[in-house]
Design a protein around this ligand. Structure first.
Ligand code: SAM
Length: 335
């Protein structure tokens, strides 16, 4: 197919070379910040992309210049045909990575290696079993903790994603950083973001500035090293002198990184979103099933991307449930 990199360009000069691909709306955890307690309305099974459709859509993006695909969900590893999907995607000239809660990752070590998936983001919001189990509404701490060490031992590049919630796990910031003393991993603290049904309120969010206050009071100024961030990094990265690993802060709320955004999202039911915060989505699956070319839809969706956070360019707009409540729960978007 003739490559047309222009379809990945928006009107603000950003090129979208990074696809976040959600494999499923299902998850084996029930994280409070990600989904409402009562669960979400799942798409009918027939509306979920099958492995051929996933491959075809992914290939279309790769043909037009996408160089990186991150598999997410829901929990990508709970999908029954995940081995077929990974093997097919691994045949594309693209860097594959995955975000997982690691509950069952031990069953997939060989598959991940076969598919050349080296970079894994593991969600872990607490180093304390009881707290972890509270926030995930499941009792899987030991499993996840053991699997985290297994991934490190097996040589994967591991990043821990920890969503910080004030009064709940913000007292563990220094513990997480100390975890990087002997482990060559990166811990990323994520500002708690608002989505439909997650009862977000700004007072529960630990901002970038507040995280750094904790860091500054726990470590000497000359021990805290600001690292150079990679071109499209979402995190502001640091390390503590002589520690093996590093840490970063993903500040989508207080310090958004929209200027350098290169990401586009594909939901498990075949909708693309040009921004995590976008209230609108475009259907790729229906035209694909009708045998139509999906590139015009991709082009139009990317061209209509807002400059900042799906149009919620001020904190006031972001705080309004009328605006952020139009967006799906994170579990159904794919983080
Ligand atoms: N099941 C996988 C996992 O747990 O990593 C992948 C899906 S999960 C939706 C992807 C990421 O989204 C996780 O790192 C999670 O912490 C993050 N996330 C979900 N809801 C969030 C929210 N309200 N604010 C910030 N991050 C959120």
């Amino acid at each position: 197919m003739k490559q047309d990199k222009n379809i990945l360009n928006d009107t603000f000069g950003r090129t979208h070379t990074y696809l976040r691909l959600s494999l499923t709306e299902l998850c084996n955890l029930r994280c409070t910040y990600c989904m409402p307690a009562e669960g979400i309305q799942l798409s009918p099974k027939s509306h979920i992309m099958n492995f051929d459709e996933i491959y075809t859509i992914a290939k279309t993006f790769v043909d037009h210049g996408v160089t990186k695909i991150r598999l997410t969900g829901g929990e990508p590893l709970v999908r029954r045909d995940v081995h077929i999907i990974l093997k097919r995607l691994a045949s594309l000239p693209v860097e594959l990575s995955m975000t997982t809660n690691a509950v069952i990752v031990d069953r997939y070590i060989d598959l991940l290696k076969q598919c050349n998936i080296k970079n894994l983001n593991v969600s872990l919001d607490s180093l304390q079993a009881e707290k972890f189990n509270t926030i995930t509404r499941r009792n899987n701490f030991e499993k996840v903790y053991t699997n985290l060490f297994l991934l490190i031992k097996e040589g994967f590049n591991v990043k821990i994603n920890a969503v910080l919630i004030k009064g709940f796990n913000d007292d563990e910031i220094v513990d997480f950083i100390n975890f990087t003393k002997t482990h060559n991993i990166s811990v990323r603290f994520i500002e708690f973001m608002p989505f439909d049904g997650n009862r977000w309120d700004k007072s529960k969010m630990m901002s970038y500035a507040e995280v750094m206050e904790k860091v500054n009071s726990a470590f000497d100024e000359n021990e805290i090293i600001r690292l150079k961030d990679a071109k499209n990094d979402t995190s502001k990265n640091y390390k503590i002198k002589d520690y093996k690993g590093s840490f970063g802060i993903i500040s989508s709320i207080t310090n958004p990184f929209c200027d350098s955004c290169n990401r586009i999202r594909l939901t498990a039911n075949g909708q693309i979103k040009n921004c995590l915060f976008s209230a609108t989505e475009s259907d790729l699956l229906t035209p694909l099933r009708a045998g139509k070319d999906i590139t015009p839809v991709i082009k139009k969706t990317i061209a209509s991307k807002f400059k900042i956070r799906g149009g919620m360019d001020t904190l006031e707009k972001l705080e309004s449930p009328d605006l952020h409540g139009k967006n799906r729960s994170m579990i159904a978007i794919g983080g």
